[in-house]
Design a protein around this ligand. Structure first.
Ligand code: GAR
Length: 195
């Protein structure tokens, strides 16, 4: 079975992409990253990709902070299509995905979110969970739709909230769970178990 071609989009430090790359290098994941894209010029995922010779692109969006303008998103779609990516993997991409991208890759964009959705969508979900006083949170991989963290859930992993947890300690433990969950879900796509 040929490797699944993925493009990765991220805005942050890139630890999820690092976990995916580690799983590939360990031979656990028949996936080939064909493009890494970021709206942040010095984002971790770009450095990781450059070091491995994976093509990169910087999305330049001066107009909006929470989404891309239609024009900029259309240009990104062209680059994603030209890369041959079969699945678009959001790994800490902090903008909403809009119609040109959603329409170009129907049910082929996935995201990881640091809570057990549908609880705590949006920003700093770990902090939301602490503030709410719940005992259990976690992370979720889901298909991306036009809502904010509302798409169909593919996989989840639970993380207990411990006495004395701070936002930082809790987020760190959730990230450990993310680094297991995302490669596991990608392996299901790579085995063509998911549509
Ligand atoms: C991850 O915890 C991810 O769940 C979160 O951003 C972090 C990125 O970390 N994403 C969201 O909150 C999206 N709503 P990383 O850059 O180290 O992979």
């Amino acid at each position: 079975m040929p490797h699944l071609k993925i493009a990765v989009l991220g805005s942050g430090k890139g630890s999820n992409f690092r976990a995916i790359l580690s799983a590939i290098m360990a031979g656990h994941l028949r996936v080939t990253p064909v493009l890494a894209a970021s709206d942040v010029a010095d984002a971790g995922i770009l450095n990781l990709a450059e070091n491995l010779g994976i093509p990169t692109t910087v999305i330049n969006e001066p107009k909006f902070r929470t989404r891309l303008s239609e024009e900029v998103e259309s240009k990104l779609v062209e680059e994603l299509q030209a890369s041959g990516a079969e699945l678009i993997v959001l790994a800490g991409y902090m903008r909403l995905v809009k119609s040109p991208l959603l329409e170009a890759f129907p049910r082929r964009i996935i995201n990881i979110h640091p809570s057990l959705l549908p609880s705590f969508p949006g920003l700093e979900a770990w902090r939301q969970a602490l503030t709410a006083g719940v005992k259990m949170t976690g992370c979720t991989v889901h298909f991306v739709d036009s809502g904010m963290d509302t798409g169909e859930i593919i996989g989840q992993s639970e993380v207990s909230i411990l006495p004395g947890d701070t936002p930082e300690t809790l987020h760190a433990r959730i990230q450990e769970a993310e680094h297991e969950l995302y490669p596991e879900v990608l392996a299901r796509f790579a085995r063509r178990e998911l549509p």
